[in-house]
Design a protein around this ligand. Structure first.
Ligand code: ADP
Length: 632
C-alpha cells in the first residue's frame, strides 16, 4: 500500500469525516475532471489523426447499481498512466485550498469545499471505497488505483479495452443523518447533473427508467381506454445535460443563481460575484464574454502569486485557462472567459501574444469593463463601493503605472473619502461642488482619516469651507501627482506650501511680519541646521501653533513612502517650519533673546514633526527642554 502525501492525507481525512451539507458536489467535481480529460484528447485529435475519434464520439457515461451500492463515472478521455495515477491522485493539486484552510483553522466552518472545490478527493465524502481504472492514450496497459481511505492506496495493472477512465464509487451505508443512498437513485443523479453540469460540452449519458406502451397492445379501437397495465418500464439511454455552455445561452434564460454557481465553481470563490457582465460582440471581433467582478479580493491578489487572465475558448473549446493578454493590469481582478469564433483552435500560446484579433477583443473588453463600472458608480453605488474597497488600490496603481498612460481611463473610477460627507466621492463630484473662489482640489495624507483631521493645515482649509480628500493609502498621493489635474483643477496637498488661501491684504501683512522677523528666523535656522530649508510665519493655521510643510515635488508623506522602498535613494522633502502668526507663541518668539529663541526653535520643530507622525531625532534633548521651561 502506498501512502498519501501528507497534505493529501489531511484533505482525505477532512473529506471522510466531512459534515459538509452539500456533499452532492462530488459529482460535479468528477464530471468536471472527466470533461477536462475529454478536452485533452479532443484537442489532441485535432492535430493527431491517430486518435481516430470524432467530436461526437466523446462522452461521459454514468451508471448506478443499487445492489452493489456503486456509482460509476466513465469517460473516453485522455486517461492516466500508472505514473499519472500515482502523481495526480496521490497528491493534492490545489494545495492552495489547504493552506487557506489552515490559516483559518480557528474558523472550522469556513467551508473550504465550497470555496475551492476539492476535486477528486470529494468522492470520499460519499464513498468508502474509490476505484479508478484508467488507460492512457497511447498506452496498451491499463491500471487500477484504489483506496478505502486515508491509510493509503494501491495501484495494480488491470484490463481495460479502451482509452479513458472509469471511476467507481462504493457509496457509504446510510446513517441517521445522511441518506447516502440518494446517490444510487437515477432520478436524483439526473437532477444533479442538470443542476451543476448542464453546460458540460460533452454528452453525459445515463440509462433512465422510461415508461412506454407494451408491444402488442392494440389501441386502434376508437374508444380505447388506456390502462396502467398497457405500459412497461424500460431503460433508455438519455443525455442528461443540455451541453450549451452557460455563456452561449440566452441571457434572459439564465438566473442569477446559475451565473453565480457557475462562477463559484469555476473560479473557486465562496461568495457571489459583485457584478456579472455577459455580452456578445459582433463586428470586427466576434465573441461572447462572461465576466465576473468578485466581491472581495482573492487572498493572494496583492501578491506576485496572483495571475491575471481570462479563459479563452474557440467555438466552445478551451484554448487556454489564463489568457493574460485579454486584461490590462488595472482590471486584473476581473475573472471570466471569452469565446470567439475568430480564433483558430490550433493557435499556440506564443501566437496569442501577437494576435490581432485578440488585441481587438482585449480593447473591446477594456471599454466594456470601464463602462460597466461607471454605470455601477452612477446607478448602484453600494456595489461599486464594495468593488472599490476590494480593488480600488489596483485602480490607483493603474493611474500611477506606465507613467500615467492610463489615467484617462481610470480617473473617473477612483474614490477618496472626503471631509464633506465622510464617505467616498469621485473627483467629478468633488469638482462639481467647488466654490468659485477655490482654485485647487485639496487633499491631505496620513495613516488614517482621524490622524489627518489632526493636522493643523487641514483645519485651515476646512475653515475656508473647502472640501478635503483623505489620502490614507501609500499609492494615493503618487496617483494624484500622476494625474496632476482633474478638469483643469490642479491637486494641492494641504501640507505642501502652495495653497494660496489668503487675500491680497492678508498676504501683504504677512510678508511684512516675515520681513520684520528676519533676524529671529535666521537665528532659529542656524540652530536647526539642515533639518529645515526655511522658517516663516503663516496665517493658514487657525488654532495650532506650528506645522511642517514641504516645498517642491516631494511631500513629507512621499518621503516616508519612498524611504521604505527597497533601494531607496534617500529622497528628502524640502521642509519649511511654519509658525502661526496669530498664535500667542509668535509674540513670545519675538520677545525672546537669541539663546531662548534657539531653544524654542528646537521645541517647535520637534512638535511639528510629532504632529506629522514623524519621530524626533533627539527625544532626551526635547524632554530636557520641556522640563527647563516647566521649572522656569
Ligand atoms: P484538478 O481537477 O483541480 O486538477 P483533481 O484532484 O480533481 O484536481 O484531479 C487531479 C488530477 O487528476 C487532474 O488534474 C487530472 O490530471 C487527473 N484526473 C482526474 N480525473 C481524471 C480523469 N477522469 N481522466 C484523466 N485525468 C484525471
Amino acid at each position: 500500500m502506498k501512502q498519501f502525501q501528507a497534505e493529501s492525507k489531511k484533505l482525505m481525512d477532512m473529506m471522510i469525516n466531512s459534515i459538509y451539507t452539500h456533499k452532492e458536489i462530488f459529482l460535479r467535481e468528477l464530471i468536471s475532471n472527466a470533461s477536462d480529460a475529454l478536452d485533452k484528447l479532443y484537442f489532441r485529435s485535432l492535430t493527431d489523426d491517430k486518435v481516430g475519434m470524432n467530436r461526437g464520439d466523446f462522452k461521459i457515461t454514468l451508471d448506478v447499481d443499487p445492489e452493489s451500492r456503486t456509482l460509476t463515472i466513465t469517460d473516453n478521455g485522455i486517461g492516466m498512466t500508472e505514473e499519472e495515477l500515482d502523481n495526480n491522485l496521490g497528491t493534492i493539486a490545489k494545495s492552495g485550498s489547504l493552506d487557506f484552510k489552515q490559516q483559518n483553522e480557528k474558523n472550522e466552518d469556513i467551508d473550504v469545499i465550497g470555496q475551492f472545490g476539492v476535486g477528486f478527493y470529494s468522492a470520499f465524502m460519499v464513498a468508502d471505497q474509490v476505484t479508478v481504472d484508467s488507460r492512457a492514450y497511447g498506452s496498451d496497459q491499463a491500471y487500477r488505483w484504489q483506496s478505502s481511505g486515508a491509510e493509503g492506496y494501491t495501484i495494480t495493472p488491470c484490463d481495460k479495452e479502451t482509452v479513458g477512465s472509469v471511476i467507481t464509487l462504493h457509496i457509504k451505508p446510510d446513517t441517521e443523518e445522511e441518506k447516502y443512498s440518494e446517490f444510487l437513485d437515477r432520478n436524483r443523479i439526473a437532477s444533479l447533473v442538470k443542476k451543476y453540469s448542464d453546460y458540460i460540452r460533452y454528452p453525459i449519458r445515463m440509462d433512465m427508467p422510461t415508461s412506454r406502451l407494451k408491444e402488442g397492445v392494440d389501441t386502434s379501437a376508437e374508444d380505447y381506454k388506456y390502462s396502467p397495465d398497457d405500459y412497461e418500464t424500460v431503460m433508455e439511454t438519455r443525455t442528461l445535460n443540455s451541453m450549451v455552455p452557460l455563456w452561449k445561452k440566452n441571457k434572459k434564460e439564465i438566473t442569477k443563481e446559475e451565473y453565480n454557481s457557475f462562477y463559484k465553481e469555476k473560479f473557486y470563490d465562496y461568495e457571489d460575484a459583485a457584478h456579472i457582465i455577459h455580452t456578445r460582440t459582433e463586428g470586427s471581433a466576434t465573441f461572447s464574454a462572461l465576466l465576473f467582478i468578485p466581491a472581495h479580493a482573492p487572498f493572494n491578489y496583492y501578491t506576485k502569486d496572483y495571475e491575471k487572465g481570462l479563459e479563452l475558448y474557440s467555438k466552445g473549446v478551451m484554448i487556454t485557462e489564463k489568457c493574460k493578454e485579454l486584461l490590462p493590469d488595472y482590471f486584473s481582478f476581473v475573472r471570466g472567459l471569452v469565446d470567439s469564433e475568430d480564433l483558430s483552435l490550433n493557435i499556440s500560446r506564443e501566437m496569442l501574444q501577437h494576435n490581432h484579433q485578440l488585441r481587438l477583443i482585449a480593447r473591446t473588453l477594456e471599454k466594456k469593463i470601464k463602462s460597466e463600472l461607471l454605470n455601477l458608480l452612477e446607478n448602484d453605488r453600494a456595489t461599486y463601493e464594495k468593488i472599490y474597497e476590494a480593488f480600488g488600490t489596483q485602480l490607483k496603481f493603474g493611474i500611477y503605472n506606465d507613467y500615467g498612460a492610463h489615467k484617462d481611463v481610470l480617473q473617473d473610477l477612483i474614490l477618496f473619502v472626503s471631509s464633506y460627507e465622510n464617505k467616498p466621492v469621485t473627483l467629478k463630484e468633488y469638482v462639481s461642488r467647488m466654490p468659485e473662489s477655490q482654485k485647487a482640489i485639496y487633499y491631505a495624507c496620513g495613516e488614517t482619516k482621524e490622524k489627518i483631521d489632526m493636522l493643523p493645515q487641514v483645519e485651515a482649509v476646512k475653515e475656508k469651507g473647502y472640501e478635503i480628500l483623505y489620502c490614507t493609502e501609500q499609492v494615493d498621493e503618487f496617483a494624484l501627482k500622476m494625474l496632476m489635474q482633474y478638469e483643469e483643477k490642479p491637486f494641492a496637498n494641504v501640507c505642501a506650501d502652495d495653497l494660496d488661501l489668503a487675500t491680497e491684504e492678508e498676504k501683504e501683512a504677512l510678508k511684512q511680519e516675515n520681513e520684520n522677523a528676519k533676524d529671529l528666523f535666521d537665528n532659529m535656522k542656524k540652530v536647526l541646521g539642515d533639518a529645515v530649508s526655511d522658517i516663516r510665519f503663516t496665517n493658514k493655521l487657525k488654532n495650532h501653533p506650528v506645522c511642517l510643510t514641504s516645498e517642491g515635488g516631494v511631500s513629507l508623506e512621499m518621503e516616508k513612502v519612498l524611504g521604505q522602498m527597497p533601494g531607496n535613494t534617500g529622497v528628502k522633502a524640502k521642509v519649511v517650519l511654519e509658525i502661526n502668526a496669530s498664535h500667542p507663541i509668535a509674540e513670545t518668539l519675538k520677545k525672546a533673546d537669541t539663546e531662548t529663541a534657539g531653544k524654542y526653535a528646537k521645541l517647535l520643530y520637534a512638535q511639528a514633526r510629532l504632529i506629522e507622525g514623524m519621530s524626533v531625532d533627539n527625544p532626551v534633548e526635547l524632554s530636557d527642554l520641556i522640563c527647563e521651561l516647566m521649572t522656569k
